[in-house]
Ligand binder design. Structure first.
Ligand code: NAD
Length: 499
């Protein structure tokens, strides 16, 4: 049985805690590896190592740090197939989806090549007689990231690429369900020239998360995962005086106006509702047709598409719509929600509960499910299911449709499908959700814009990737300098001051 080790100080390191977790192949249901779960002592050793290494790395000029990112991008392209295969084997998503996961992270690495420009400070000449003021952006020291299972390449890269290029050392605690790709990424960064100890992968569970949150040498924590854990990490990290940003769960609505191109809307729903088996924080899980005629036209086109979704293990080729869920527990949780939806009176228009993949009977597959006549009070509407299940909620008019999305506790992503520019503009302006799509179903911003959910989808004020990440991983120092030669004879000497 393979063991997927930690990566500390530029080396693979076996676990010594005596605790470990199974890593499954979701397509077959087999345990394919073991991952060690770090003890607090192992975490502390990694932090100590990172702390020592960070000093020289912070003193390395930004251009050299950026060149490591440049080489990392090249190596990601070189190893794309290998990384995608490892990712699909542990996560279950199709190979094209796995490549998408890697590419969205790679784009963040590309953006980070601009670090020398993004890290520039500001300068004011003559803020007073003989006085200049300038500001510096300096790294924080050792920072950490705690990441979820569903994007084991993209989300670690969202976090460690900007942190590292800013001159920090990084402790990554990836999901214990698919730990191989984060380890491979760390090895690629070493190959790209990153000094030992700057990116460390500590495999683990709650014990290592708590160790990170309580460690006095970890200055900032970025978390992505479910809302209850996001809230916990935010509260405990902040109580310990750290900078913390936490991204949580989602319930993303897609509003379909009567004038929408229905074929385009249905294509979008099939991809955004069922792609990656719905295990995406930006998946569309609620479709809101406006008006009964729109609802009828939607169901007529959508139902056969959901019935004919192609589900397959990642090894079956590139044309599958989605693969299995990540674990047996995830499958049971999703089936529990579907049963609950039926009990609470929603119409199960397409029932994928009994789907069995021939030759893969022990895999964690669930067929595509489509609920119609879902209402606001139902559990399947209120909670995140994180599976291949789409709920259709009817809205009589635009105001009720926008109110539905506005009053939901989550605010990660949202979309409107319409040909009416006025409706699109009004919607984009009023909606209280962080990422908005107009005729775009999964509006994940490109790497040079910020990614961030609102309401209970995000805690903390600065967002992932893009320019905000460069603020999150640095702190500003402002320096006021007096130059005697600038003080003219007889000029009154004053330093702008508050006190
Ligand atoms: P999760 O919350 O179970 O796990 C996330 C991380 O927290 C993992 O590293 C895990 O080891 C750790 N963790 C789990 N339980 C913990 C505990 N009790 N105490 C401390 N740490 C703990 O999430 P997941 O199932 O891996 O990922 C799916 C969730 O992530 C979904 O809710 C999804 O919406 C969300 N997500 C959000 C975004 C976003 O950007 N908003 C992106 C991707 C995923």
């Amino acid at each position: 049985m393979d063991t997927i080790p930690h990566y500390i100080g530029g080396k693979r390191v076996e676990g010594t805690s005596g605790r470990s977790a199974d890593v499954f192949n979701p397509a077959t249901g087999d345990v394919q590896a073991q991952v060690p779960l770090a003890s607090e002592g192992e975490l502390n050793a990694a932090v100590e190592n990172a702390k020592q290494a960070q000093i020289a790395w912070a003193a390395t000029n930004p251009q050299k740090r950026a060149r490591v990112m440049m080489e990392f991008v090249r190596l990601l392209h070189r190893d794309m197939d290998k990384l995608a295969e490892a990712l699909s084997r542990e996560h279950g998503k199709t190979v094209p989806d796995a490549k998408g996961d890697i590419i969205r992270g790679l784009e963040v690495a590309e953006f980070c090549i601009g670090a020398p420009h993004l890290l520039k400070g500001e300068f004011t000449e003559g803020a007073g007689p003989g006085i200049d003021i300038h500001s510096l952006r300096q790294p924080l020291g050792v920072v950490a990231g705690i990441t979820p299972f569903n994007f084991p390449a993209m989300i670690p890269m969202w976090k460690f690429c900007p942190a590292i290029v800013c001159g920090n050392a990084f402790i990554l605690k990836p999901s214990e369900r698919d730990p191989s790709v984060p380890l491979m990424l760390a090895e690629l960064l070493s190959e790209a020239g990153l000094p030992d100890g700057i990116l460390n992968v500590v495999q683990g569970d709650k014990a290592s998360v708590d160790g990170i949150l309580d460690h006095e040498d970890i200055m900032a924590v970025g978390f992505v995962g479910s809302t209850p854990i996001a809230e916990y990490v935010y509260t405990r990290g902040c109580a310990n005086g750290k900078r913390v940003q936490c991204f949580g769960g989602a319930k993303n609505h897609m509003i379909i106006m009567p004038d929408a191109d229905m074929d385009q809307a249905v294509d979008a729903l099939v991809g955004a509702g069922y792609g990656a088996a719905g295990e995406r924080c930006m998946a569309v899980s609620v479709a809101v047709p406006v008006g009964e005629d729109t609802a009828n036209r939607l169901m007529e086109k959508l139902t056969p598409r959901v019935e004919n979704l192609k589900i397959a293990p990642y090894t079956a080729g590139d044309d599958a719509d989605f693969g299995p869920l990540v674990t047996k527990e995830a499958r049971e949780r999703v089936l529990g929600y579907i049963n609950k939806g039926v009990e609470e009176g929603a119409t199960l228009a397409v029932d994928g509960r009994d789907f069995k993949m021939q030759g893969y009977e022990d895999g964690f597959f669930v067929g595509g499910c489509l609920f119609d006549n879902v209402t606001k009070d139902m559990t399947i509407y209120k909670e995140e299911i994180f599976g291949p299940v789409l709920s259709v909620v009817h809205a009589p008019d635009y105001e009720e449709a926008i109110d539905l999305a506005m009053s939901h506790e989550y605010g990660n992503g949202v979309a409107i499908f319409t040909r009416d520019g006025d409706a699109a503009r009004d919607f984009s302006s009023r909606i209280n959700v962080g990422m908005v799509g107009v005729n775009v179903p999964i509006p994940v911003p490109i790497a040079y814009y910020t990614f961030g959910g609102w309401k209970r989808s995000g805690f903390g004020d600065l967002n992932q990737h893009g320019p905000d990440a460069f603020k999150f991983y640095t702190r500003t120092k402002t320096i006021t300098s007096r130059w005697p030669s600038g003080i003219k004879e007889g000029a009154e000497f004053s330093i702008p001051t508050m006190g």
